[in-house]
Design a protein around this ligand. Structure first.
Ligand SMILES: [Zn+2]
Ligand SMILES: [Zn+2]
Length: 472
């Protein structure tokens, strides 16, 4: 990662969030710039080509291997799902690319991008939004390591990034690399090779996706970016929208329709099926296919945590699923007595801290500890329901998922979602629970869930924050 200390930051207008160039006294739209203040937002663009070139050169033989596999396998449907490159999004894209004559002279790389807001300074409500990128043709064990993930941009300030100005410079470079390509020296053959790139998918939590693609948030009408479920607004205090289980009643969104809706929203000035405006990203990747549900936020920090919090919350003491204080103490004692293998970095913490559990703690609980600990404590209905979530997730996260297993996991997860309301009430039918119904199709499109989750970028965020604080 290049040092952040030597990189120019661009100030952003506090009214329209467009650039204020150098010492200019006004922004591109003519708003007065005023004196720099703590309330300002900035963005930093980091060099893309040199970083990309370095990673390609360092991993050249493996990248060539990935590119060869891409050409050889793009025309055949995967018999099972082992990686993101077995998904239909990848195969269909390259089937088209490699059928065009003349395109065999260069190699093609697919990029995954990710962004998420992280708070930086305790004193003010300032957050950073780093933009990361990784190369899918690298083998999965190397793809997500801190060494091979690029930091290509950073937004910081009190306001959230305005996406069209945040991404403009980066997407312009991507456009160049898509058509012209990047020349990389191949020391083995003493020749230059052209690499063309394209944006394959984007990993974010729900607010991040809404921000990037200028879609309404999930508490708004048509807040699901995958299908046309409008949601139902609950008649309680606050703006709570739920997505009651509806089987296949609502159609899936297609990338073509989403693009049309975005264009229409831009022209008319009103939102169309939840799409508020045209995002520049629509020109570079397909939505919803390339913009998947992140299971780390959806299941681990979302639905899994929701259920576990509900069953230990004394507000629910009169409900069937509630676990009383004495039983909770017994579970906590058992949980903390578990001797974990060395590759599980965290020892299990007591359920008292459930709100602060990290995603990995939740993953370990759901996949390994939860069912044995809760057997005989939760009633059968709630226990089997939780077992659906564990089993479905376990299959979606396998290293290799057969088509039969995937269909089974889809069925199990749909049962889980359908039973949510009868077991936990109408408020439990959150967007996260609804999103689980989309995961089977998502695995077909993008491979096992671990290949496209925010876990890949978690270590990077800590790394970036350390570097960032050092430059202030
Ligand atoms: Zn302005
Ligand atoms: Zn949906």
């Amino acid at each position: 990662m290049p040092s952040l200390a030597n990189i120019a930051k661009v100030r952003v207008c506090s009214i329209c969030t467009k650039k204020i160039e150098g010492d200019a006294t006004e922004c591109e739209d003519g708003h007065p710039a005023g004196r720099p203040s703590k309330e300002d937002s900035y963005f930093i663009e980091l060099p893309l080509e040199p970083q990309l070139k370095m990673i390609i050169e360092e991993n050249l033989s493996e990248i060539f291997g990935g590119c060869r596999k891409q050409v050889l396998e793009c025309t055949e449907e995967a018999s099972s799902y082992k990686d993101i490159t077995d998904g239909t999004l990848y195969k269909n894209f390259y089937k088209e690319v490699h059928s065009e004559s003349g395109d065999r002279t260069c190699c093609h790389l697919s990029l995954m991008i990710s962004t998420d807001g992280a708070p930086v300074f305790k004193s003010i409500h300032c957050s950073i939004w780093p933009l990361y990128l990784c190369i899918l043709e690298l083998p999965s064990q190397k793809r997500y390591s801190v060494k091979n993930v690029l930091l290509i941009g950073l937004w910081y300030g009190v306001k959230k990034p305005k996406i069209n100005s945040f991404l403009e410079g980066f997407l312009c470079k991507i456009g160049m690399l898509e058509t012209e390509g990047l020349l990389v020296y191949n020391k083995w053959e003493d020749e230059f090779v052209t690499f063309k790139v394209h944006l394959h998918c984007c990993i974010c939590d729900l607010p991040g996706k809404a921000l990037l693609f200028l879609h309404k948030l999930y508490n708004g009408l048509f807040g699901c970016m995958v299908c046309f479920h409008p949601g139902v607004r609950l008649a309680i205090r606050g703006n709570v929208r739920v997505y009651p289980y509806a089987g296949d009643q609502y159609e899936m969104r297609t990338s073509e329709a989403t693009r049309q809706h975005a264009l229409l929203a831009q022209l008319s000035g009103t939102d169309v099926f939840g799409v508020k405006e045209f995002s520049v990203l629509h020109n570079y990747m397909s939505v919803p296919d390339g913009c998947p549900v992140d299971y780390m936020h959806c299941i681990l920090q979302g639905t899994g945590k929701w259920i576990l919090s509900a069953i230990v919350d004394s507000k629910n003491k009169d409900l069937a699923f509630f676990i009383d204080a004495d039983t909770q103490r017994t579970i906590n004692a058992k949980l903390q007595a578990i001797a974990v293998p060395h590759d599980m970095e965290r020892k299990p913490r007591s359920l008292e801290y459930i709100k602060r559990w990290k995603a990995t703690e939740m993953q370990h609980f759901l996949l390994y500890f939860g069912l044995p600990l809760l057997k005989g404590i939760l009633d059968d209905d709630h226990f089997h329901h939780l077992a659906f979530l564990t089993t479905g997730l376990w299959i979606f996260l396998k290293n290799e998922i057969s088509k039969e297993e995937l269909a089974l996991a889809g069925e199990i997860m749909r049962s889980f979602c359908r039973l949510m309301e009868p077991l936990y009430g109408e408020r439990s039918e959150t967007i996260n629970v609804h999103s689980i119904t989309h995961l089977e199709e998502q695995v077909k499109c993008l491979g096992p869930l671990w290949t496209h989750s925010a876990f890949a970028f978690e270590a990077m965020i800590a790394h970036t924050l350390t570097g960032f604080k050092g430059t202030r």
